[in-house]
Design a protein around this ligand. Structure first.
Ligand code: PMV
Length: 323
């Protein structure tokens, strides 16, 4: 008899970034990070263990894909649950108009929730976050809705995310689609290169851990100017550490800086808007609900049709169970 479970998890964007693993196998980060889970970008994943299967299978948006990383993750679930069966895994990424934002955060959070439940485990949110972390560090934060902090911790048991108290700030995020292609270098590879070769990496670690604490205080105080300033600084400092690697590298494209400069100009004109970039060229703009129209208008040239406005999204959850 088989048991299929479908879970939905939303992607998240880090305001205080995670960049660098101090334990690559357990995915323990050098610093804590703080993120916002988003409403409009999410992954639905169905897991069905079946003793008759000879190997795990995986499909993404209906296309069969190699199951390697998924199988390695399912091995963790098998070890915890005592299940030996292989599984069918089917994922659907709900990202409007092929936005190039398909994220490992929503993918592994949804997989952790669906696989653990299908294997008969009833994990707490903390243990789900620890499990999701093993697939992709940022996935630890996608177990939760709204604002979350991933505590760096000192070992597997203490490195997990948890929700931050709700803010009264009407947060909004505008995604600027600069490029929809695949990343030039994966975050996993580039983190390793940054740690090994960037002379700025130690400074990044020291500064970013303190920034995470400041961010928690700024959010608790509903101080948007400080939240925004910390958000921009963490992103630019991460990219500075990346650029300083040997050989040098950047995720930025010319239009990344076009969007970034428009955000600086908006702010100079009194609009509270702050930019953050991840392991790719797209720009995400953090602002408040009353200013969305002003930000969208300012970015329309040249980004009309490439802007997606979203806001805080919910925690990961089970959508469906069928025996
Ligand atoms: O979780 P990963 O391995 O995909 O790394 C995510 C890294 C950034 O997106 C650049 C930053 C972050 O904290 O999400």
């Amino acid at each position: 008899m088989t048991h299929a479970v479908t879970a939905r998890a939303h992607t998240n964007i880090a305001l205080i970034k995670y960049w660098g693993k101090r334990d690559a196998k357990l995915i323990l980060p050098y610093t804590s990070s703080v993120s916002l889970t988003l409403a409009d970008l999410y992954t639905d994943t169905t897991v069905e263990f079946d003793a008759a299967l000879a190997a795990d299978t995986f499909s993404l948006n209906g296309e069969v894909r190699p199951a390697g990383k998924i199988s390695a993750f399912l091995d963790l679930v098998r070890a915890q649950s005592g299940t030996t069966a292989h599984a069918h895994v089917r994922s659907l990424n709900h990202v409007p108009t092929a936005a190039g934002l398909a994220s490992s955060a929503s993918a592994f959070a949804a997989l952790a929730m669906a696989a653990s439940s299908a294997a008969g485990l009833a994990l707490s949110p903390t243990d789900l976050s620890r499990l999701a972390r093993r697939g992709s560090g940022s996935a630890s934060r996608s177990i939760f809705g709204g604002l979350a902090i991933w505590h760096r911790g000192s070992d597997d048991a203490t490195s997990f995310a948890e929700p931050l108290p709700a803010t009264t700030l009407p947060l909004k995020m505008i995604v600027v689609l600069v490029d929809q292609g695949r990343k030039a270098i994966s975050s996993r590879q580039m983190m390793t290169a940054t740690i090994a070769t960037s002379p700025y990496f130690p400074a990044w670690v020291e500064h970013n851990e303190a920034a995470a604490e400041k961010m928690v205080r700024a959010l608790a105080a509903n101080d948007f100017a400080q939240v925004g300033a910390l958000t921009e600084a963490s992103s630019m400092q991460m990219h500075a550490a990346i650029m300083a690697s040997e050989p040098p590298f950047t995720y930025f494209e010319p239009e990344t800086l076009v969007a970034w400069q428009k955000v600086q100009a908006l702010r100079a004109g009194g609009v509270p808007a702050y930019a953050t970039m991840d392991a790719g060229p797209n720009v995400k703009i953090l602002t408040l609900a009353p200013y969305v129209d002003a930000v969208v208008a300012a970015l329309a040239e040249p980004f009309a049709g490439r802007l997606l406005t979203t806001g805080p999204g919910p925690a990961a959850r089970i959508l469906k169970e069928a025996s």
